[in-house]
Design a protein around this ligand. Structure first.
Ligand SMILES: [Zn+2]
Length: 327
């Protein structure tokens, strides 16, 4: 972590400022140390260059396993596509020129696919994740001097209120125990006039009939490595099968609903080899998380408004994307 991050950090328990002690630095980067709260005295370690405000292992462990295992797969700079870039700007509705000179917060950064996009600009980017995916992101973004990573919970974000100009949270909220509490916690991170954009899974009347919700009670309890091995073992059968079924006119969408395999048959920007690996990755991503709690548009908008967001609009995107401004 950079020493300047200390100005933004706050105790997740009492919101007082933090003091750094017993630090070991490496080229201006704080690699290990202890952050002590000036108010309540609680301490939090800096390990591997990342301040840790939660236990290393927790309900998001599947994501830590997943993103350390598939670290570079969805990183534009590593896979030669612009998928993450297009998705970030498409879903947030932000423009590239808004970023320079700004502080940007990525909530639930995973392996850092969107951090890699924003950190191309002359801004300061902070990625926070509950899981050890932060270690994968740090490794991938080690040459980006404008990125910091923090391991913390969305329900107890360790930042001063209004610390950020822009905040986004893409594909994360439904994987928390209380999506509405998580949503309500986000607007406080943004300063007056700042912007927040959130993409979550939408719940409609038929959503929970999706086959993934039938198998998840079993798969989410499986050992993560065993589940990944099972998916890898079945994919040589499931991939060619879904290649045919998901492309069928009309019936294709039904099959995609009834077979819990993530094969993006319509994604022409990926090679077939990439699509195969993404099928393994995203099938694991949908079957392994502890929580998968999609929300309706009104539930999500209400929670954001309760958190203090104004001017909330729904944007055209694959999922439920809401964006607003802090008054
Ligand atoms: Zn404190």
């Amino acid at each position: 972590m950079h020493a300047s991050l200390l100005d933004l950090l706050a105790c997740p328990d009492c919101r007082d400022s933090l003091e750094l002690a017993a630090a070991e630095t490496e080229g201006g980067d704080i690699v290990t140390g202890t952050l002590a709260c000036r108010g309540c005295g609680r301490t939090h370690p800096v390990v591997g260059g990342i301040p840790r405000f939660v236990a290393m292992e927790n309900y998001a462990t599947s994501f830590g396993y997943q993103w350390n295992r598939f670290r570079g797969e969805q990183i534009d700079a590593a896979n030669g596509t612009r998928l993450s870039e297009d998705r970030l700007y498409g879903e947030t509705g932000w423009r590239r020129e808004w970023l320079p000179g700004r502080w940007i917060l990525d909530v639930g950064c995973g392996a850092g696919r969107f951090l890699e996009v924003v950190s191309r600009e002359k801004c300061r980017a902070v990625g926070v994740d509950l899981s050890r995916a932060v270690d994968a992101a740090r490794l991938t973004l080690k040459d980006r001097g404008n990125v910091d990573l923090v391991q913390a919970s969305i329900e107890a974000l360790p930042f001063k209120p209004g610390a950020f100009d822009l905040c986004y949270c893409i594909g994360v909220i439904q994987h928390t125990p209380s999506p509405r509490r998580s949503l309500a916690a986000l607007p406080a991170m943004v300063k007056s006039g700042g912007r927040l954009a959130v993409t979550i899974y939408e719940r409609r009347r038929w959503t929970t009939l999706n086959a993934k919700y039938l198998v998840r009670p079993i798969t989410r309890r499986m050992n993560k490595r065993a589940l990944l091995l099972a998916i890898q073992a079945l994919m040589p059968l499931l991939f060619p099968l879904t290649e045919v079924l998901f492309r069928l006119p009309l019936a294709g969408r039904l099959f995609a609903f009834a077979i819990p395999v993530a094969n993006y048959v319509g994604e022409a920007r990926l090679s077939i080899g990439q699509r195969y690996r993404w099928a393994v990755l995203d099938t694991f991503d949908m079957l392994s998380p502890e929580y998968d709690r999609p929300q309706t548009e009104s539930e999500a908008a209400e929670a954001l408004a309760r958190g203090g967001l104004a001017g909330i609009v729904r944007r055209q995107a694959a999922g439920l994307t809401l964006a607003g401004i802090k008054p």
